[in-house]
Write a protein that binds this ligand. Structure first.
Ligand code: SAM
Length: 252
């Protein structure tokens, strides 16, 4: 079932206003593929009807946003960022945590350095948060993890869990998962020493990047760190941070 250009425009407007993701023209095929899955799961047989459902059904809207978000991540991704973590960084927020590999990597790194922060892991996708809470991953995702850490912090699965690993309780206990929409939700009441907001700005335009950056600054303690993805930059927006080095910023 192909969508008309008018319907594509409506989906783009909806996604932009709900979560800030900018679906430009090249994304129509991706949207179409993910939409087909939602139509099959819901049993709705026309795109026009599905658009109407999205207007009135908050749960389906959440499922739809889940389906269109891109969640690729893995353990110890861009781990050079972790070198900025210090022993007095005891409150850390992974603000687009996807399925949990990022906050758990931070937890492992900190334990190895001899300190134990509490870590808030949040994402817009409840599907990803559930995976994070379960803490079971395919071995593929742990490829960048030094082998001695894999041995120390994970249990290897067997039988139907062959090729999977499960995080030990000690690490899981350090991370709390919570749904959080960067675009619309108010900042948490506690303040953080470090906020990771990596590899999500690529999906936003400058207006949304500026809005989110300024908001998250309010959730950092003075001198707190704001860390974005290596392929991202705040160069194109007005922001309150001091630049430290590529992708690393500090609150003044
Ligand atoms: C590519 S993953 C990045 C995961 C991890 N930070 C990393 O660098 O490996 C991007 C994540 O951003 C989330 N996301 C997209 N829009 C969001 C929003 N408005 N609020 C919160 N999370 C959002 C997606 O659900 C996805 O899990």
């Amino acid at each position: 079932m192909n969508m008309t250009s008018g319907q594509f425009k409506k989906f783009c407007e909806l996604v932009y206003s709900e979560c800030g993701i900018n679906l430009h023209d090249g994304k129509q095929q991706l949207l179409q593929a993910r939409l087909s899955k939602r139509l099959r799961s819901t049993g709705i047989d026309s795109i026009a009807e599905y658009l109407k459902v999205l207007e009135n059904d908050a749960l389906e809207l959440m499922n739809f946003l889940d389906a269109i978000s891109t969640n690729h991540t893995y353990f110890f991704r861009e781990s050079h960022h972790f070198e900025h973590l210090r022993t007095d960084h005891l409150k850390i927020w992974s603000a687009a945590s996807s399925s949990g590999e990022e906050p758990y990597s931070v937890a492992i790194y900190c334990l190895e350095k001899g300190f134990r922060p509490t870590i808030l892991a949040s994402d817009i996708s409840t599907r990803m948060l559930e995976i994070g809470q379960n803490g079971i991953y395919s071995i593929e995702k742990t490829k960048s993890l030094p082998p001695h850490m894999l041995k120390k912090y994970f249990q290897k699965g067997s039988d139907k869990w062959d090729n999977h690993v499960r995080l030990k309780k000690e690490i899981k206990q350090m991370v709390t998962f919570q749904r959080y929409n960067l675009l619309v939700d108010p900042i948490p009441s506690r303040e953080f020493d470090v906020i990771f907001c990596r590899n999500v700005f690529i999906y936003f335009d400058n207006v949304t990047r500026a809005q989110i950056t300024n908001k998250l600054c309010g959730a950092l303690k003075p001198s707190g760190y704001f860390i974005i993805g290596g392929a991202e930059s705040l160069n194109t927006i007005d922001h309150p941070f001091k630049y430290i080095q590529p992708s690393i910023y500090r609150k003044e």
